[in-house]
Design a protein around this ligand. Structure first.
Ligand code: ATP
Ligand code: MG
Ligand code: MG
Length: 554
């Protein structure tokens, strides 16, 4: 068998298999909180968990960590499901932490009965003041030794809505002197008079993350509960809570941690992304500049490009910053194989072919994708007036300029060789038209000697009278700093790039008349583009996904 490199999580699982876990016991989950849209960081966690599911043929649950009704919404649940599916993964069962509210409550009552949990009636400020510091033990709450009976009554009243928010909490009675601050009598429940997107007003106490997560893993019999490094210190508490409920004949979940992934020139935190949405800096969660899965999709990224990116960076034990150009590399790699080639001129300059008859038009055959023969060919029209890119013409240029210049020749892609004879300027000196002649026998593929004549440059072009006008949205980095949210004394919003969106009018070949939202293509020589849902019957809107090569100066 070929030597395979396993990541450190796979090593842990392999060890567990050797130590007696059976393959059938392996089970994973991806646990998003529905308080925002998934971003590229989540893609790492999705690819890790679902990747393990595929490798070990084990079920992976999609579990919504929905314990905070103040921030969670059905819209986010729907978006998360759409994005995981779009990435191409299939979950075993769809679960919600809120499905377990009753079970969690019942277990909390057991803990109270065992003297392991108590109702604290202090203010959050008072409790914070008693927490101590990592080197100083905390102080026990005056309510710590409430009787079991009193605790049971109060907890029931909390549940029944008889108490105001902030008046009481349920705390685990662990150790106010623990060197792990999280073990100093952590809060298990708080009163929250808020409707929940699934349980509505059934509950007005809500369980905290630590109390919920491990127990949910246990209920679902998740074998390996993978989370990001900031939860490493929580593992002791995760284990303590499991100790209270695990039965000997059931599998005991394990929490293991891996490093969060950060992407350069953006932020990957739902809270910060929400701020971008709410402040109107971007048009929504799926704005093509957003590092969200839905933003990347709208921008033209393929599921494969995101999965390949996540697989390439793999998982790590230390946090680091991944350059966004790596993500773009994977977009190019995948699109190069799959995207049909079309002609679109972004900054049009009119060219008149003076020896081409005014009433003539012809349809030239052009291949759809040189990387994929099965993609076939199509016809594009040529006429006396065409558009080329402004940057493809210079009045004078040195020998290294292989595009069009006065007295020089280029080939029109899949068409004829043209020669620039003269140009016309406006009163400001801008070139507004180029006059050319064409070599009438040089038609590509016609087999003539002239058709085989080599000229240095080949240009893309569109026929003026056949071209469609389109709106093209060009994007740049959303932030000017590579890690906008880790700068001292600066807010990430201070680093917004004011020029992250530029909208232009382009001309594209007429075959694009019937494109659909989401269609991806390569504008030859210009980059990869994707049809935006803002397109209408009258006007196609394209998003530029990425250029053909990495041109962004660092
Ligand atoms: P955010 O700060 O964006 O809200 P989160 O961790 O609170 O992130 P969750 O919805 O709880 O978001 O995340 C679901 C899963 O995805 C968790 O296991 C979490 O650890 C993981 N995850 C979130 N962000 C990243 C990231 N940047 N890199 C890798 N994994 C991540
Ligand atoms: Mg979270
Ligand atoms: Mg969060």
């Amino acid at each position: 068998e070929a030597v395979e490199s396993l990541n450190f999580i796979e090593h842990i699982i392999e060890e567990d298999l050797k130590k007696g876990y059976s393959k059938e016991q392996l089970r994973f989950r991806f646990p998003p909180e529905p308080n925002g849209y998934l971003h590229i960081g989540h893609a790492s966690s999705i690819c890790l968990n679902f990747g393990l599911g595929l490798r070990y043929n084990a079920p992976v649950n999609l579990r919504f960590d929905d314990t905070n009704p103040a921030k969670e919404e059905q819209e986010y649940v729907d978006a998360i499901k759409r994005d995981v599916e779009w990435l191409g993964f299939t979950w075993d069962t769809e679960r919600y932490a809120s499905d377990y509210f009753q079970q969690l409550y019942d277990w909390a009552v057991v803990l109270i009965n065992q003297g392991k949990a108590y109702v604290d009636s202090q203010s959050s400020e008072e409790m914070a003041a008693q927490k101590g510091t990592p080197t100083q033990p905390g102080t026990e709450s005056p309510y710590r030794n409430r009787s079991v009976e009193e605790n049971l009554v109060l907890f029931l009243e909390m549940k029944e809505g008889k108490h105001k928010e902030g008046s009481h909490v349920l705390r685990a009675k662990i150790d106010m002197e623990s060197s792990n601050m999280l073990m100093r009598d952590p809060i298990m429940y708080r009163v929250l008079h808020k409707a929940h997107h699934r349980t509505n007003t059934d509950w007005c106490i809500y369980p905290m993350y630590d109390w919920t997560h491990g127990e949910s893993d246990y209920i679902e019999q998740v074998s390996h509960s993978l989370c990001t490094l900031e939860f490493a210190m929580h593992r002791e508490l995760y284990d303590w809570f499991l100790d209270q409920v695990v039965e000997s004949d059931k599998l005991r979940p394990k929490q293991r941690e891996f490093a969060r992934r950060n992407l350069s020139h953006t932020v990957v935190s739902k809270r910060k992304l929400l701020q971008l949405v709410e402040s109107g800096v971007v048009k929504g969660w799926d704005d093509p500049r957003m590092p969200t899965i839905s933003g990347l999709r709208r921008r033209g990224y393929t599921p494969n490009s995101i999965r390949n990116f996540a697989d390439t960076i793999g998982i790590a034990k230390r946090e680091n910053l991944i350059d966004v150009s790596l993500l773009e590399f994977h977009a190019r790699e995948d699109l190069n194989k799959t995207a049909p080639r079309v002609m679109g001129v972004l900054n049009p300059l009119k060219v008149v072919i003076t020896n081409y008859p005014e009433d003539k038009e012809e349809w030239l055959e052009i291949e759809n994708n040189p990387e994929d023969e099965s993609a076939g060919t199509r016809q594009i029209p040529l006429s006396r007036e065409i558009y080329i890119e402004q940057e493809d013409f210079r009045e004078e240029a040195n020998r290294k300029f292989f595009r069009l210049k006065i007295g020089g020749e280029v080939r029109l892609k899949s068409g004829y060789i043209i020669k620039a004879e003269s140009c016309t300027k406006d009163t400001d000196g801008n070139i507004i038209e180029v006059q050319c002649t064409y070599d009438t026998k040089s038609k590509s593929g016609s087999g003539t000697e002239e058709s085989l004549r080599k000229v240095k440059g080949t240009l893309h072009w569109v026929s003026c009278k056949h071209a469609l006008e389109a709106e093209v949205r060009l994007y740049d980095r959303l932030f000017t700093h590579e890690s906008p949210d880790s700068q001292k004394d600066k807010d990430f919003m201070d680093y917004l790039n004011p020029d992250s969106l530029e909208t232009i009018t382009a001309f594209v070949e007429p075959s694009l008349k019937d494109v659909h939202s989401g269609d991806r293509m390569q504008f030859q020589r210009m980059g990869y583009f994707c049809v935006d849902p803002d397109s209408t019957a009258d006007k196609i809107v394209f998003n530029k996904t990425v250029g053909l090569r990495d041109t962004w100066a660092k």
